[in-house]
Design a binder for this molecule. Structure first.
Ligand SMILES: Nc1ncnc2c1ncn2[C@@H]1O[C@H](COP(=O)(O)OP(=O)(O)OP(=O)(O)O)[C@@H](O)[C@H]1O
Ligand SMILES: [Mg+2]
Length: 500
């Protein structure tokens, strides 16, 4: 049987970087295939080549055995290859029905696109995957997970045979991931294949039939998922054996006094009557479903979402934090959830992105930045976080997704912080680097920084945090002190229990 899609010996170089070196992958009709590899290993590049967005330097694509050389994305789409990028390429101000239907109607050259037609097309696509959505709702009002359903439905209107998703699960909750997987399985029953990228090993074993592993732009191999387990997969991906240990706060080394004390903090519609404290050396995990108020609370501590009432006490003194500037002056740092929009100046060099938060400190007494100091900071953090780039002068946009996340992290870590709030610090980060980042966070905690780590990944909070708060509907519903003896399933139940 010929494969639906075959990519043979694909190579691609960007100035100075060999992103892919003779990588081959083959996908059958209806197959669920996962592409894995560390940050910067070439996954997105391969996807863009299959999707017709980038041209390979050498190598060939075949569809049902026939050579195919897409010049633009539309050429791939016409062959049934639909790529859903992380931004989903939807029109936020148009309705669900319009987003699902318009591409197809325009592509068919319909000159009169009737409302009825738009609705009918959208209904049909949603029905194919057994989904229901309010067709007249604007896409900007939908959750990430519903937007994905819109993007998948849109793909179906254009006779998709293969749907490619680049890290589809990085911005959705566990329950939404399960839902997405059930949709992928319904696609499979219709003979539609899925190729997806994920850094979460559990997910790979849950759904993928076959796994292609790439490391540094070269293929390591193709494996049936059943023949792999996490240790082996990690080893094949990184060449390393990675062991993780549970974090314990060092009672002796860090003073027991409270660094941060939050009393009865409320903000209407966001969170209510929140009480907790952070000691130096704590890594406090905050978990709960998206929309549970975690991010809103974090933003309040960083001066970006003023509480209506309650107290924030830092180092024993009540403080009022009215802007990010004030928060930074108090020694509070914040790593945002949405790294691309909030944390990074993508057009600016990687080095400037790292140095931007500490520019003040690098100014010498003539208010000039010492070039040597600047270069030192840049190179130290590029080394420390193993940011994969040939030069600090390259724009941040040239980095792979996970490496961009590291730049944002480096930029904060290079300042002197008392309290560091991290919202989803390892979303989209490969397993080896995740481990590095966790180690760096621990190092800061050991030196007395108080860490607040927001994460949906329950295994992550259980392993990395010495205390955990669970938030649900704006309230703290559980406070876990004895983390090693609390099961993941208990924490998960606390997150998702419905109020009776
Ligand atoms: N437009 C570009 N200009 C220069 N280099 C690039 C460009 N796009 C990608 N690269 C480089 O190619 C390599 C592969 O990048 P790619 O985005 O494919 O990685 P990835 O496997 O998707 O990583 P991640 O898991 O972090 O998303 C990286 O070293 C990256 O810096
Ligand atoms: Mg990528």
């Amino acid at each position: 049987m010929t494969a639906f899609l075959e990519a043979a010996n694909i190579s691609k170089a960007f100035d100075g970087v060999q992103a892919l070196d003779k990588v081959s992958v083959s996908i059958d009709a209806g197959e669920i295939h996962c592409l894995v590899g560390e940050n910067g290993s070439g996954k997105s590049t391969l996807i863009k080549i299959i999707g017709g967005v980038l041209k390979p330097n050498t190598g060939q694509l075949r569809i049902n055995g026939e050579i195919f050389s897409p010049a633009r994305a539309i050429d791939s789409i016409r062959q049934g290859i639909q790529t859903i990028y992380q931004d989903l390429s939807l029109f936020p101000n148009l309705s669900v029905a319009e987003n699902i239907s318009l591409n197809q109607l325009i592509e068919r050259g319909n000159r009169f696109v009737s409302k009825k037609n738009v609705i009918r097309t959208a209904e049909k696509a949603l029905k194919e995957i057994g989904e229901e959505l309010d067709l007249s709702e604007k896409v900007e009002n939908l959750s990430m997970s519903k937007r994905q359903i819109v993007a998948i439905s849109r793909a179906l209107t254009q006779n998709a045979r293969l749907i490619i998703m680049d890290e589809p699960t990085s911005a959705i909750t566990k329950a939404e991931v399960d839902h997405l997987f059930s949709v992928i399985m319904r696609l499979q029953q219709k003979g539609i294949a899925t190729l997806f990228v994920s850094h979460k090993l559990g997910e790979i074993f849950e759904i993928a039939e076959n796994v292609t592993i790439i490391r540094d732009g070269s293929k390591v191999g193709d494996y049936p998922a059943g023949e792999l387990d996490s240790d082996r997969l990690t080893y094949l991906m990184t060449g390393l054996k990675i062991e993780s240990t549970v974090y314990e706060r060092d009672q002796q080394k860090v003073a027991a006094d409270k660094l941060l004390d939050i009393r009865n903090l409320s903000r209407s519609g966001h969170y209510e009557n929140v009480n907790f404290s952070v000691r130096r050396g704590d890594i406090l995990g905050v978990t709960g479903l998206i929309g549970s108020g975690r991010t809103e609370l974090a933003l309040s501590l960083f001066g970006l979402n003023k509480p209506d009432s309650g107290e924030i006490i830092l180092d024993g003194k009540p403080v009022s934090i009215n802007s990010a500037d004030e928060a930074m002056k108090l020694g509070i740092g914040y790593l945002p959830e949405d790294r691309l929009l909030q944390g990074l100046y993508v057009e600016k060099p990687i080095g400037s992105n790292i140095v931007v938060t500490i520019v003040e400190k690098l100014l010498n007494r003539f208010r000039l930045i010492s070039n040597k100091k600047w270069k030192n900071v840049e190179s130290r953090w590029i080394d420390n976080l193993k940011i994969k780039t040939p030069s600090a002068a390259m724009p941040a946009s040239s980095l792979s997704g996970g490496n961009q996340q590291r730049v944002v992290l480096a930029k904060w870590l290079a300042t002197n912080l008392k309290l560091f709030i991290l919202d989803g610090p390892t979303i989209g980060i490969d397993i080896a680097s995740k481990n590095n980042i966790h180690e760096i966070i621990r190092e800061f905690a050991r030196e007395g920084v108080g860490i607040v780590m927001i994460s949906d990944e329950i295994p992550e909070v259980r392993q990395q945090c010495n205390r955990i708060l669970v938030m649900r509907e704006g309230r703290i519903v559980a406070e876990i002190e004895d983390v090693p003896n609390t099961s993941e399933s208990y924490i998960f139940e606390q997150c998702s229990q419905k109020e009776s």
